[in-house]
Unconditional design. Sequence first.
Length: 217
Amino acid sequence: MNAMKPSDAISPIVASLALIAVIPLVAMSALAIIVDDGRPVFFHQRRIGKDGRPFDLLKLRSMKRIPSGTRITARSDLRITTAGRILRKYKIDELPQLWNVLRGEMCFVGPRPEVPEYVDLVDPRWQQVLSVKPGITDLASLVFRNEEELLDGQADAESFYRSWLLPRKLDLSAHYIRTRSFRTDVRLIASTLRHTLLPHLHDRHQVAKQFAYEGSL
């Protein structure tokens, strides 16, 4: 069993305050979504959380109302709406996950929860990642914040994700779990905010180096 991080205990309190603070931005984003592509405003997707327990992750809807399609989204994906491209670029679509934090399903910093199709509960790497609560951001999501660009242009984006990208994300999440601390969480949050506001400054190799990760990228 993993001991609870100090940041886990204060997450619901901070999430409550953060939700109040972002209400105007979420409201404006919701209006943009409705004008651009109608309702619904929110998007629910089943993800796998701590100890393999499934939960519904909440996002602002950034894609057209299409009932089927691959789970993988490349930058040029035609399903992404005009408003959605802006929401995704600045990660505004992720703000409703503060509700997941408030509900205790997520925390601010932890491995990003994956859809069931890509989770292997018997894989030791997944067992390690699922031993902690998932988060809104972590080292893997920060290093690969340009994931959609990497997927763009791949002949088989899903195969590339499974064979190249996902293993590296798991390794980064495992590195975070081994080295995590309150200070590390604060640094990750600060770095996430920086690269969200200034996405053109992002360099995945530099980010990995800042957090002493020496694996292959």
